[in-house]
Structures are given as structure tokens and as C-alpha cells.
Design a protein around this ligand. Structure first.
Ligand code: FVH
Length: 296
């Protein structure tokens, strides 16, 4: 490792599970690291590892050009930016707190009012992954700022992905990927409710689910993306009308097994809407036309 004085000093504000992991990774990569947390005691472990505990946000801000903020939510970020006052002027804030695209833009505007350059980031990793090649963080904001900080930010996430000048993009990708994750898990859990309702162990169903993921579900994803970009969803032998009939079976089987049927009923309703809009012979991807432009 390069010695500490060769590595850029970093300030980390927010020492929850994630903030602590970030500060630890900077320390271990040889960056002189200053930390601040609303509850000071949370810095004890990091101080023992060589971090400097700042008494105030302003003191923490003045210790480095790069200030990484990772706290619970946008409200906390606003409180910290206000507490910092002018101490952030001329420095760079990289905000890794989860937020909405709109909140990210508000934080960037607030920072700009104070002469602070701002990158927004979305951490697509859990604390234990921080500092490894597997940790992915999306960044958005001025490219020259990002490129200059890239080597330092590599200390916390080997896979940094710059999404462009729009500071709202990292959280847009974050919520979209989280939505994909939660709905996929929910679909699998619903499938398990059905099979266990039919007295089948999840473990027995699992290999068939894995095969179905690998051979049918996953390979369709690039085709759906291409159809969405072309705004054309040819049915190719799996027309939506045929699939809508099969969705009815999913609902009826669920009712017979007395499991929750709101998820399949949602699919039934959106497929019906797409068919009403003329997509009966189109693919399942034509649901995009309903989800991206719902009727009031
Ligand atoms: N942990 C995870 O797996 C996920 C992975 C993806 C990204 N998220 C986001 O990271 C942000 C921080 O999450 P966290 O897990 O570190 O959260 P906590 O452990 O609950 O720590 C919360 C910290 O926020 C501080 N805080 C809360 N409110 C305020 C405030 N008004 N002013 C100043 N600081 C505040 C809190 O301070 P304290 O309670 O210790 O005094 C903690 O430092 C989050 O956006 C995740 O969505 C993590």
C-alpha cells in the first residue's frame, strides 16, 4: 500500500452499518480518514483503527476535500448540509445515502448554493461487500469531478459505474433494480405459496424453478429490453391473449388453494388493459405500454 500521506484524505459522515464499512475501507486503503456521527460513540472502533473523530460536522468537512455522506435518509442529509454551513465550500460531497431522484437533485441544488460540488451515489451492495471488487456503486454528477475522485472511491467499491451528469440517475437505477429484485422474489415466494399449498416442499420445487429461471425467464430479459426500446412487441408465438388465459389459471389455482391471489390478479388486470389497448397478438412485453402510461 502507498503510505498514508500519498493517499487523499477523506471525511466520512454517518457511521451506521454502511458508513462504518465505508470509513473502514478508506482507512484500510491508506487514506487519512476523519469521521463524524450524530452519536459520537459509534466512531470508537474506527478511532482505534486510526480514524480521526471530528467534534462537529464543520470540523469533519474542513479535514478533507472529499466528504462522503452516508446517513439514513434525505432528511438527515439536509440536517448535515445545514449544520456544515460554509465549511463545505470549495469541497466535494459524495452523497451515498439512499434517496429518490428528486431528493438527489434537491441535495445537489442545496450543495451548489453553498459552492459545493456534488456527486450522488447509490450503493448496490451490503456493508460486508464494501471494499471488495464485488461492491457496485452507481455515481451521477459532473464527470470531471467523478474522474478525479475515481481512484479514491475505488477504495470502497471496486465496481464504480458512472451514469452521467444527471445526479438523479444513481437512485433511479437503485429503485429500478430494487424493484426488479423485490418483485422477482415476491413472484417466487408466491409460487412457493402455491406449491406448498399443494403439499410440495420448496426444496423439491427449487430445481425446477432454477431451470425455469435459467432457460426461460432470464433469456427473455434482453428481448423485452429490445422490444421496449423499439416500442414494438411482436407476439412471436406467445401472444398476450394466450398468456392472459394462463394467468386466469394462476388466479383460479390460487383461490382453490386459498393463497393470496392479489399478485396474479394484478397481472390479470394489466394484461386485460393491454389487450383492450390492442396488444392481444403482441408479447407480454406489451405490458410496458400500460405500466409506462397507466390510464387515469
Ligand atoms: N445497510 C445496507 O445494507 C444498505 C445497502 C444499500 C445502501 N443502504 C443505504 O445506506 C444508508 C445508510 O444505511 P445504514 O445501513 O448505515 O443505516 P443505519 O445503520 O440505520 O445508520 C443510519 C445513520 O444515519 C444517521 N442519522 C439518522 N438520522 C440522522 C440525522 N437526522 N442527523 C444525522 N445523522 C442521522 C445515524 O446516526 P446515529 O443514529 O448513529 O446518531 C446513522 O449514522 C441508508 O440510506 C441506506 O438506505 C444501506
Amino acid at each position: 500500500h502507498a503510505t498514508s500521506e500519498q493517499r487523499a484524505p477523506v471525511t466520512v459522515i454517518g457511521l451506521g452499518s454502511m458508513g462504518t464499512a465505508l470509513a473502514r475501507a478508506f482507512l484500510r486503503a491508506g487514506h487519512p480518514t476523519t469521521v463524524w456521527n450524530r452519536t459520537p460513540e459509534k466512531a470508537d472502533g474506527l478511532v482505534a483503527e486510526g480514524a480521526v473523530r471530528a467534534a462537529t460536522v464543520a470540523e469533519a468537512a474542513s479535514a478533507a476535500e472529499l466528504i462522503v455522506i452516508c446517513v439514513l435518509d434525505h432528511r438527515a442529509v439536509r440536517a448535515i448540509l445545514d449544520a456544515a454551513g460554509d465549511a463545505l465550500a470549495g469541497r466535494v460531497v459524495v452523497n451515498l445515502t439512499s434517496s429518490t431522484p428528486e431528493e438527489a437533485r434537491q441535495a445537489a441544488a442545496r450543495a451548489a448554493e453553498r459552492g459545493v460540488r456534488y456527486l450522488d451515489g447509490a450503493i448496490m451492495a451490503v456493508p460486508t461487500m464494501i471494499g471488495s471488487e464485488r461492491a457496485l456503486i452507481f455515481y451521477g454528477g459532473p464527470e470531471e469531478v467523478y474522474r478525479r475522485l475515481e481512484p479514491t472511491l475505488a477504495a470502497v467499491a471496486g465496481a464504480g459505474a458512472y451514469l452521467g451528469e444527471d445526479v438523479g440517475r444513481p437512485s433511479l437505477f437503485d429503485v429500478a433494480l430494487l424493484g426488479l429484485m423485490w418483485t422477482t422474489w415476491a413472484g417466487f415466494i408466491h409460487a412457493l405459496a402455491l406449491v406448498t399449498g399443494g403439499k410440495v416442499e420448496a426444496a423439491e420445487f427449487l430445481p425446477h424453478a432454477r431451470t425455469w429461471f435459467d432457460h426461460v425467464i432470464a433469456p427473455e430479459v434482453p428481448r423485452i429490453a429490445e422490444q421496449v426500446d423499439r416500442r414494438r412487441h411482436p407476439g412471436d408465438g406467445s401472444a398476450l391473449a394466450m398468456q392472459a388465459a394462463a394467468i386466469d389459471h394462476l388466479v383460479e389455482a390460487g383461490r382453490a388453494l386459498k393463497v393470496d391471489t392479489e399478485l396474479p390478479e394484478y397481472l390479470q388486470d394489466r394484461a386485460r388493459q393491454a389487450i383492450e389497448r390492442g396488444h392481444a397478438d403482441d408479447s407480454f412485453a406489451s405490458l410496458f405500454e400500460v405500466l409506462s402510461a397507466p390510464t387515469d
